[in-house]
Design a binder for this molecule. Sequence first.
Ligand SMILES: Nc1nc2c(ncn2[C@@H]2O[C@H](COP(=O)(O)OP(=O)(O)O)[C@@H](O)[C@H]2O)c(=O)[nH]1
Ligand SMILES: [Mg+2]
Length: 377
Amino acid sequence: MEAAACSCRSPCLTLERTIMKIGFIGLPKSGKTTLFNALTGSSVQVSAFPTGCLGPNLASVKVIDERVEKLSAIYKPQRQVYPAIDIVDLAGVNEGGTRSEAFSSELMKLARTVDALSVVLRNFQSEATSWPAPLEDLEKIEQELLLADLIIAEKRLEKVEVGLKKGGNGNGVSGLKAEQQVLQLVVKALNEGRPLRELEFNENQQVLSRCFQFLTQKPAMVILNSDEASAGKNQDILQAISQKYQSVEFAGQLEMELSRLDEESARAFMADLGIKESAKDRLISLAYQTLGYISFFTVGPDEVRAWNVRRGATALEAAATIHTDLAHGFITAECFNYDDLIAAGSDKEVRSNGKFRLVGKDYIVRDRDILSIRFHI
Ligand SMILES: Nc1nc2c(ncn2[C@@H]2O[C@H](COP(=O)(O)OP(=O)(O)O)[C@@H](O)[C@H]2O)c(=O)[nH]1
Ligand SMILES: [Mg+2]
């Protein structure tokens, strides 16, 4: 495919497509809304004191992938498309609730719809909060999530067992038995204090368990929200968290202030403070790691676009991500590597260097692959 020159101003259009939804969950006053503002450039009110029942906040952040920019410099496409991440600030649902009722059932219901949870831990003290105890808070949140899943699993198990006693309804027995078996495993693990993401379900069990949108089965990461003075000096806490979770430390308050500056002042401030990457970039890379996503690209004069698939996905799955028709009619995929393209300058050169390949549907896509799917209708 030769790079075609575009006569219009390039790029004409940039689009965003949501690829994942991340829910911020944490005890009241842990700084969820502050971080939400910092990461999404929003200005939702934050408060040291209970603010009553507010709805959850939702915003999208564009994943600015500089590789899309570099590819666009070569292909001069009509439009560039970036992935976007939806961030849900799950706060507000029970804002002001006491610690013993930190999470309402409404909040749990909403949390079930996200792809990954991001637990926000307070590691600062304010006029309305006690001395920070992030590890204790993490344990408390874990307990709440385990309990929320246990209630759902036990309730359903009871119903399934009643159904089985009644002999099921005809050919429904085997389905109920399979469900009973999964739920028994789930209840056992939860009673032992094990989050469901630690269980190794077979494919069928995975499918069954996913129907329940269990919270402890979701990929989870941790944000340690530290005060400015201690940020960067909490290795012991981060070390303890990293036994179980991918984590990152933010100075939320400072990040929110930074996000309100214009780009140039923010850059100067960050340089002064020795901050190399914005909170948004760090959260994005944490989310990719937690969800195990990699990027591949499609290129051409119409569109240069970054896509995401989970690590280990095949060319067929990548094709399905683009469009189901491409997967159904999959013939082969033309494949070359982003780094080879940048080094060579054009895909014509990549071809003549012998770095251009045709791969089959079982090919495991690598991060930075550039794919073009050949398919029939
Ligand atoms: N010192 C300090 N205060 C913070 C930080 N993040 C949030 N706060 C303050 O903590 C209070 C609660 O923050 P908020 O974002 O509303 O918490 P939420 O209830 O989890 O949404 C507010 O007064 C914030 O200004 C931080 O990183 N450092
Ligand atoms: Mg809030």
